[in-house]
Design a protein around this ligand. Structure first.
Ligand code: BGC
Length: 578
């Protein structure tokens, strides 16, 4: 084959680093949502022994680390993001001994483990909140939360006009022991998730202690929930903007660095949060082995997000601007380039993600008429995604993401190409967002359905009893792991091959040079010696001459002269063969 010199068509965006850097700089981290990953007890809800039993799958897939969503003691008002005891495992998920066993097994398999920390709010069943309710107005117990007098006659109006991210007012009024209406307390999420007051020194020391509790057990890091929300503007001023963590505003076209998914207002991204992360960075530094903090911060623009990963703060921050960008090559190129500009400025890696437990899975999002739009859940009567197109685009997007330098997060099931359950009965829904919006938002249950492991077993092998806490669509048999394992070209085998090549070729710590000249609808770049070409246009485009295919998201096409074509909605990884 003839080799062409493509160097004049290249533009350097990000310079390669060392493959020997800290592990989190280039790690692929797999999110386990414990209630839906694997059930060992037979109650239909996933648990820690279930995770342990399936860790081999993650080792075979080839990820570097696992992040577990909360498994702590909790009344499950928000699926565990309402923590009643930060130092214990909820009986639903097992015991501390089960956790230790899972951690040990993961480490033996070479997998690091990150746990979720939920510091913005506790459960209403946390001892602190119960004590605060019992102690009454003005008490030291109430000072750990944000209790305030109401406004208006007899305090019948909430203290300010803030809305909960799940819908409805962000304040709930308490009832005093004598039955009369009392103070209000703030909850940015559900009324069963009261916000802590991070100005209180006891709150700060308690969470440093919780960090140490899990670091002492051997965890490799923490994903910090609502990392941009803990400190509120002084005086809790009114705000008339729209608060939404999950869908952003779809009508905002991506511009330089804004996808519309960032939270704004006096409850988010206040300067004071950074003091907390500097203190936590010092706590982690007391421990050996590069422990990591990852920010779940819906903050834009990206230059603002990168402040969370300055060298003395956190280590990673999920790049939600990338997740939220529409299926549009110029917009994606813009967000990729802006991401490197912002994170390179502070010496941090970018942290790519396409799906998680809060958003419609990318296999469904990308099958909508406006691919990439972000409804908060899809249900009966809503526009249904085109499943085949969604899967094809999801595979294209995943290979694009995994070719990019930086760290990447995978959400359980995406390695199977799993879509959302998009026709779940509303009366089975559990997400508080569904109830607090009166059903206007379907909520996040559709992306939380238990995984299909086996095509032929009841409940697709999720639980020994065949029971699943949410029903799985019948068509999921074709997505089951055992239907894809060993099948060349299946989504699972494509992910495995991608992760192996990514590791062998050092793509995570690599660099990015745009390759121009393939058309506006094509995202093409060179990372080390791998050429990545993602074609988002409607027709096939030729792969540059001299490049040999390493991996393709779908079968490539061929021109009459036998040269390779990258089909529409496909990504090809290739290498020059000179
Ligand atoms: C979590 C959500 C949760 C919310 C409140 C989010 O960041 O990812 O699942 O409902 O925080 O804790």
């Amino acid at each position: 084959m003839t080799t062409i010199d493509t160097r004049p068509l290249r533009t350097l965006v990000h310079t390669a680093g060392s493959p020997e850097g800290e592990w989190w700089r280039d790690a692929v981290i797999y999110q386990v949502y414990p209630r839906s990953f694997a059930d060992a007890s037979g109650d239909g809800i996933g648990d820690l022994p279930g995770v342990t039993a399936r860790l081999d799958h993650l080792a075979e897939l080839g990820v570097d680390a696992v992040w577990l969503s909360p498994f702590y003691r909790s009344p499950q008002a928000d699926a565990g993001y309402d923590v009643a005891d930060y130092r214990d495992v909820d009986p639903l998920f097992g015991t501390l001994a089960d956790f230790d066993e899972m951690l040990e097994r993961a480490h033996r398999l070479g997998l690091r483990v990150i746990v979720d920390l939920v510091p913005n709010h506790t459960s209403d069943e946390h001892v602190w909140f119960q004590a605060a309710l019992a102690a009454g107005a003005g008490s030291p117990e109430r000072a750990r939360y944000l209790f305030r007098e109401g406004r208006g006659v007899d305090g019948t109006e909430p203290p300010n006009n803030w809305q909960s991210i799940f819908g409805g007012p962000a304040w709930t009024r308490t009832t005093d022991p004598d039955g009369t209406p009392g103070e209000w307390y703030l909850h940015l999420f559900d009324s069963r998730q009261p916000d802590l007051d991070w100005e209180h020194p006891e709150v700060r020391s308690e969470f440093e202690d919780v960090l140490r509790f899990w670091l002492d057990r051997g965890v490799d890091g923490f994903r910090i929930d609502v990392a941009h929300g803990m400190v509120k503007a002084p005086g809790l001023p009114d705000w008339d903007g729209h608060v939404s963590m999950i869908d952003g505003s779809d009508d905002v076209e991506p511009t330089d660095t804004v996808s519309g998914s960032g939270n704004q207002g006096p409850m988010f991204d206040q300067e004071g949060v950074h003091d907390i992360y500097r203190a936590w960075n010092r706590v982690l530094a007391e421990y050996p082995g590069d422990r990591a903090l990852v920010a779940e911060a819906w903050v834009e623009p990206l230059s603002r997000l990168s402040r969370y990963v300055r060298s003395d703060e956190m280590h990673q921050a999920f790049n939600f601007a990338f997740l939220a960008t529409h299926w549009h090559a110029p917009a994606l190129r813009t967000v990729v380039e802006a991401s490197y500009r912002a994170s390179d400025a502070v010496g941090a890696p970018t942290t790519w993600v396409l799906s998680n437990h809060d958003v419609v899975r990318h296999a469904s999002r990308l099958g909508l008429a406006e691919p990439g739009s972000r409804p908060n859940g899809i249900g009966r009567g809503d526009e249904q995604p085109d499943e085949a197109l969604g899967l094809q685009r999801a595979r294209c997007a995943s290979l694009l993401m995994l070719g990019l330098p930086g760290s990447a997060y995978l959400y359980q099931g995406e390695e199977l190409g799993l879509p959302d359950h998009t026709s779940l009965d509303d009366d089975l829904r559990q997400d508080p967002a569904f109830f607090r919006t009166g059903g206007a938002e379907r909520g996040r249950d559709g992306c939380r359905v238990p995984l299909p492991w086996s095509a032929t077993e009841d409940g697709f092998g999720f639980s020994p009893s065949g029971v699943t806490w949410l029903p799985q669509p019948e068509e999921w048999a074709s997505y089951a792991l055992d239907a894809q394992r060993g099948v060349p070209g299946s989504t699972y085998e494509t992910y495995r091959a991608a992760l192996q090549l990514r590791r062998e070729s050092g793509l995570g710590s690599g660099g990015l040079e745009w390759l121009r000249g393939l058309g506006d609808d094509v995202i093409a770049f060179v990372n080390r010696d791998v050429l990545v070409v993602a074609n988002l246009g409607t027709g096939p485009v030729p792969l540059p001459a001299g490049a040999e295919i390493l991996l393709a998201s779908i079968d490539p096409a061929f021109a009459d002269d036998g040269s390779v074509l990258v089909p529409s909605d496909a990504t090809i990884w290739a290498r020059y063969t000179d």
